[in-house]
Write a protein that binds this ligand. Structure first.
Ligand SMILES: N[C@@H](CCC(=O)N[C@@H](CS)C(=O)NCC(=O)O)C(=O)O
Length: 202
């Protein structure tokens, strides 16, 4: 299997998962944004986004879905929550929440605060989506009041998915406003050897 990755992007989710699961993979590290800086990549992935992943004739472009695929396809089920478990719905919700709710607002901040040329920057949009992101952390704040990990008192791919969104928030300068329990949770995740290995790759 092969993963296309850019440092600090959402491809860190599947890269971290591959390291946690001890799977063998090929990695191609691209400059960001690959759409402009590595145009041949568009021949592989018409979206030009990372992660891009291929395995046995399947290609995937959604970071949380790739983590889900790896765990189920390679029977690393100790990184998942079983359908029969009372927290299954909650686990799935965190997997989807991680990108749709916790990463999406940060991409608007990144684009309009940092990436656009000066004349296209939109301070109002950046500031609104910073606030939006913090408001969307309320569910996680409450959930982590009494837990070490998101589900079943153990580390799963839901922690990878949400952990990346929190890590991106840290890179964006948002972590100063994280609740103490979320700050502790992120520190715990970042100490994991698989996270350290994945994050060292440039
Ligand atoms: N929902 C997708 C989003 C993928 C995505 O938009 N990735 C960003 C990096 S974090 C990207 O490749 N942006 C480059 C571009 O839009 O050209 C996921 O969870 O993987």
């Amino acid at each position: 299997m092969k993963l296309w990755h850019c440092k600090d992007s959402r491809s860190l989710r599947p890269l971290w998962a591959l390291e946690e699961m001890g799977l063998t993979y090929e990695l191609e590290v691209l400059p960001f944004p690959p759409r402009f800086l590595k145009k041949e990549f568009l021949d592989e992935n018409v979206l030009g986004t990372v992660p891009f992943f291929s395995d046995a004739g399947t290609t995937m472009t959604e970071s949380s879905a790739i983590c889900h695929y790896l765990a189920q396809r390679y029977q690393k089920t100790h990184f998942t929550v079983d359908v029969s478990h009372c927290e299954y719905g909650d686990y799935l919700n965190w997997l989807y929440h991680s990108d749709a709710t916790l990463t999406f607002p940060q991409t608007l901040f990144l684009r309009y605060e940092k990436m656009e040329p000066e004349e296209r920057k939109q301070p109002q949009v950046a500031s609104d989506y910073r606030k939006w992101f913090h408001a969307r952390l309320r569910r996680l704040d409450k959930h982590m009041e009494s837990r070490e990990f998101l589900n079943d008192d153990r580390f799963t791919i839901a922690d990878i998915a949400v952990g990346y969104a929190l890590y991106l928030g840290e890179l964006n300068g948002f972590s100063i406003d994280y609740s103490p329990q979320v700050q502790r949770y992120l520190r715990r995740l970042k100490r994991r050897p698989a996270f350290v290995r994945a994050n060292e790759i440039v």
